[in-house]
Every structure is written in C-alpha cells, then in structure tokens.
Design a binder for this molecule. Structure first.
Ligand SMILES: Cc1cc2nc3c(=O)[nH]c(=O)nc-3n(C[C@H](O)[C@H](O)[C@H](O)COP(=O)(O)OP(=O)(O)OC[C@H]3O[C@@H](n4cnc5c(N)ncnc54)[C@H](O)[C@@H]3O)c2cc1C
Length: 418
C-alpha cells in the first residue's frame, strides 16, 4: 500500500490552501486527490468579479483567484492526482480512490484533510407539488452550464430562493439575454448578501417576492408555468394569494449541504452546521482526520475558506510533530438562543496558543443585540451588534485569559439591548 504523510481530499480553494500551508509549515509529503480535471472546485464556474478582496486586497474573478492558489501548489512539490474520486476513508486513515488509469488505489496516511465542499439541495429534497417536467435545476448547475459549457439553460426563468448563488445567477442570465421574472423567498428576508440584492436584483428591476414559495410546477414534458403563493408565519401557503408565471426554467437556490458522506460512513456524527464535529484545530474525533472549508460549514466568501484552511494546514503540521495534547481536558461549545451553529464544537485549552477563534451564525435577522459568551455560567464577554443576519458568518477571537477552567461549556447566545 502507498504511504503518504498527508492526503488532502478535494482540490478546491480549501484543499489547496491547506496543502500550501501544511507544506510551508514542514509537511512535505503531500498528495491532493481531486475528482475533476482541474484544481479550484466551484471557483472554476464563478466567473464574476468580487473574490479575493480580503485575501489579495483586489477584486478577482473565481478563475483568477483559484489560479493564484494553483500556482502556489505547483511551485511546491505537492502532488495532485486528478480525475480521481475518493470513495472511502477508514478510521485508521486509509484513503481509497478510483480513477480510469489506476483502478482502485489505497493510501495509508498519517493525516487526512477532508476538503470536498458541499452540494446543492435539489428539487427532490424540497418536494414541490405538481408535474415533474424538465427545466427545474439547481442554480449552481445552471452556472456550470452557462459559464463552463456556454449553454443558456432557459429564456424565461424564475428563481426559488434568494441565496447568493440564485441572486448572482439572476444577473448572469439577464446579461446573457434571458428574462428573469422574479425571485421568491419563503423567509420574510433574503439570505443573500445585501450587496448582491442591490447589484443582482435591484439594478436589473428583478422583483423579489419575500414570504413566497413555489406551490405548483406545471408542464408535461418541459416546464410551462409555475405558481407561487404567499406563506404565513409557519410557512404554510395562504389560499387565494397564488400568482402564475409562464417560464421555461425554474432555478433552485435553496441551500448548500456540506458533503460529509465519507465521515458519516465511518460513524462520525455531524454538528448543527451539518459539518463534522471538530476541535479548535479542526480535527474530528479521530486523531489525524481534519475537516476544512465548505465541508465543515458553508462560508459566505472564498476568502474566509482560504484563511480557515491555511490555519488547518498549520494545525496538521502541529499534529504531525506530536505537539497536540489529545488527552488534555476539553470544554464544549453550545448554541444558545438565536444561534444556529458554532464551530469548533470542543476546545482543549491546553492546545490553544493565545486566543480562541469561534465562528457562528445567528438563526434569524436581529437588530440591536448583545452577543453574549457565557462560560460555565459566567458571562465572559458581551459584544454589541446593531444588526446581525444568518447570511453573515460571525468570527470572534477570545483571549485565552478569559477561560479560567479547562472543562465545562461555552454558550453563545443573543440578548436584546433594550
Ligand atoms: C455555486 C457557488 C457559487 C459561489 N459564488 C461565490 C461568490 O460569488 N463569491 C465568493 O466569495 N464565494 C462564492 N462561493 C463560495 C466559495 O466559492 C466557496 O465557499 C469556496 O470556493 C468553497 O471551497 P471548498 O474548497 O470548500 O469547496 P469546493 O470549491 O466545492 O471544492 C471541493 C473540491 O472537492 C472535490 N471533491 C468533492 N468530492 C470529492 C471526492 N469524493 N474525491 C475527490 N475530490 C472530491 C471537488 O471536485 C472540488 O474540486 C460560491 C459557492 C458556490 C457553491
């Protein structure tokens, strides 16, 4: 069996940044295993501008952004195995992949980083009543067809879900000559970034129907019409509020799901983020198996994925040098009121250098709040937030000195300021 120090599964921005950082921190025997023909993952199809403002201090397209990382990978002695699908990962860190050239191959690794990104929630997952014609596809798939294959998926389009990918596709399809008749969102607010609502919908007079969902799909072989309805506060459609639109395409932008099949197959439970349960070094409960990027939790921007994954690469190096105390006591983190998820889920303070970085999201838009950090019943920090929304990941670093114990529970919650 082949042996490697580090196997990185997935060559998107998370996998590349992890491998580069691990290499620069002393781990030299690395292989990235990538399913497709290219490095870069989802960035290959994101040809719009706006990536890299944090990482490179300039606005780049997705392919420009990924090529900077790919150059860094290639300038180091990091092997990349393309068109190779990882089909198995065992608890003792044996990675199994298959490809047309080699068949099935196994690698025994000292450390494994899972960086396989996420997949889009499909029409089957949301079960819209009506017919099952062609013309109903996810927004990311439409982006792939248009930007990588040059195929316009439809001429009259409606979009369900106001996540960023749906918003960006509304603008992109309009620029390519399609008519986007509207975007409906079941929540009373959009989950997309404010800048995308303005630049992708308002600038093109595309209506956003908040508290509306698609209640019927109509069409024999191909989509002919959709019906949308206003929903009540329990998301139940209100009879008499139906509107119909003649469209040939319905794009679904109804959520990304971290792709954790490899972890669940070996019995690792998932957290509220639908990613792995990890410690402060992004290591799962199996020593030497790490998770990073969108497979750990869905990020707003690729810049955050890269920053997180550079720290994962460093964490792998610390682990490989035997410098992590895995027997040290730990405390857990828990979501309190209005907090959707927190990562990391457990923290060994003995392994934290000077401060603990926590990432979390609120579960609904809130104004005029305190974010409260309570450790073993004692409030250790309160932060003022004039406005918070689920679409914006929160990142907070707390100094180690705030924690006077190694065990127990850290709860993050929100509290009204008035
Ligand atoms: C459709 C879409 C549009 C986006 N638009 C923007 C935007 O406009 N601006 C912005 O800043 N961010 C955007 N993002 C977010 C950002 O691009 C992502 O957060 C980031 O690129 C994710 O990086 P990743 O490496 O975690 O995942 P990915 O880029 O998804 O990479 C995962 C990689 O793993 C590989 N892989 C998966 N399974 C296997 C397997 N079994 N074996 C081997 N390889 C495997 C995949 O082929 C892929 O290359 C977008 C995300 C999506 C999904």
């Amino acid at each position: 069996m082949i042996e490697r120090d580090l196997v990185v599964i997935g060559g998107g921005s998370a996998g590349m940044a992890t491998a580069i950082s691990a290499y620069d921190n002393g781990v030299k025997d690395i292989i990235i295993i990538e399913k497709s023909r290219f490095l870069g993952g989802i960035l290959n199809q994101c040809i719009h501008n706006g990536f890299g403002i944090e990482e490179y201090k300039e606005a780049l397209t997705g392919p420009e952004f990924l090529s900077r990382l790919a150059v860094e990978v290639k300038s180091r002695n990091i092997e990349v195995r393309y068109q190779s699908n990882v089909i198995g990962l065992s608890k003792d860190k044996i990675v199994t992949y298959s490809n047309a050239e080699q068949g099935v191959v196994q690698i025994r690794a000292k450390a494994v980083v899972l960086a396989v990104g996420c997949y889009e929630r499909s029409s089957g997952a949301i079960q819209i009543p009506g017919d099952r014609p062609s013309g109903v596809i996810t927004a990311g798939t439409a982006q792939l067809y248009l930007n990588e294959m040059g195929c316009l998926v439809g001429k009259r389009v409606f979009i369900l879900g106001s996540g960023d990918i749906g918003l960006i596709m509304a603008r992109r399809l309009t620029l390519e000559g399609a008519k986007v008749l509207g975007v409906s969102e079941i929540l009373p607010y959009s989950n997309g970034l404010d800048r995308n609502i303005i630049e992708c919908l308002n600038d093109y007079d595309i209506p956003l129907y908040l508290s509306h969902t698609v209640t019927r799909i109509i069409g024999k072989s191909h989509l002919e019409k959709i019906e949308i309805s206003l929903v009540d506060d329990k998301f139940v459609p209100i009879p008499g509020t139906e509107k119909t639109f003649e469209v040939d395409t319905l794009l679904l932008s109804v959520g990304l799901i971290p792709n954790n099949d490899l972890l669940t197959k070996i019995g690792l439970p998932l957290s509220k983020s639908r990613g792995a349960i990890v410690d402060e070094h992004k290591m799962t409960d199996i020593p030497g198996i790490f998770s990073t990027g969108n497979v750990l939790h869905v990020h707003d921007l690729v810049d955050y994925v890269v920053a997180e994954s550079r720290s994962t690469g460093k964490a792998v190096s610390v682990y490989m040098q035997g410098k992590l105390n895995l027997q040290a006591p730990y405390f857990e983190t828990r979501s309190g009121s209005n907090i959707l998820y927190i990562t990391p889920n457990k923290v060994r303070m003995a392994n934290v250098e000077s401060s603990l970085t926590l990432k979390f999201r609120v579960s609904r838009p809130l104004k005029n709040q305190f974010i409260v950090f309570t450790f073993n019943g004692k409030v250790i920090k309160k932060m003022v937030k004039l406005a918070v929304a689920p679409s914006e990941m929160q990142k907070v670093s707390l100094p180690k000195s705030l924690f006077d114990q190694d065990t127990g529970e850290l709860v993050i919650s929100t509290e009204d300021r008035l």
